[in-house]
Write a protein that binds this ligand. Sequence first.
Ligand code: DC
Length: 223
Amino acid sequence: MAISHVNIAIDGPAGAGKSTAARGLADALNIHILDSGALFRAFALRALRRGADLTDADAVEKALDGATLDIKAEADGQRTILDGEDVSQAIRTPEVAAGASAIGAIPYVRNVLTQQVRKIAAQLSVVVDGRDIGTAMLPQADFKFFLTATPEERARRRYEEQRAKGNEQPYEEVLQGIKKRDHFDANRSIAPLKQAQDAFVIDSTEMDAESVIATMLSIIEGK
Ligand code: DC
């Protein structure tokens, strides 16, 4: 299918399969991918390294002063570059995930990252995954998906993913972490996780990644 410029938003809670779906769509449509959560994680990492209290908006803003954030597309996905350092691995820890969720509630952080996402999306055909892409960051996206699954299934996927990497975090702990983040992301007053009215909702609890991607593609291609 010939697409000149397209923006696709995939929102949903942690572990719903957004990044796998985003990668599948980007490959099938030959467009770019932008993992917006990685940007929040990179900012959280900088603030954590500087010892800021992540619930203190002023302290976080100060810790982020002068930060540079870039993304690079590589064959195996997005590389996230913070102040010239490739932090793609360093941002994948439970501590940074919780920190990203905390700073996601700070208006300054959301404004800076929203501008960055909009700039990239204006230049490139891109599939962006996050929490508020279809509602706040890119409300004009051409296609919006809200991907969800039960907390237990999402925790099971995260648990398996971590175990494959050699991280033995107990399932119950992963589940609690997911529930806590869901609650925080959905209840914050600024840009909470919620589905856009014009989003296609896909519950992936009983679907594998291939069927999720095929469902999205059939919607995009208007089948
Ligand atoms: O998708 P992720 O797990 O990498 O995101 C980490 C946290 O970043 C998530 O819990 C909330 C925050 N986030 C956000 O507030 N808005 C986004 N568009 C993406 C992520």
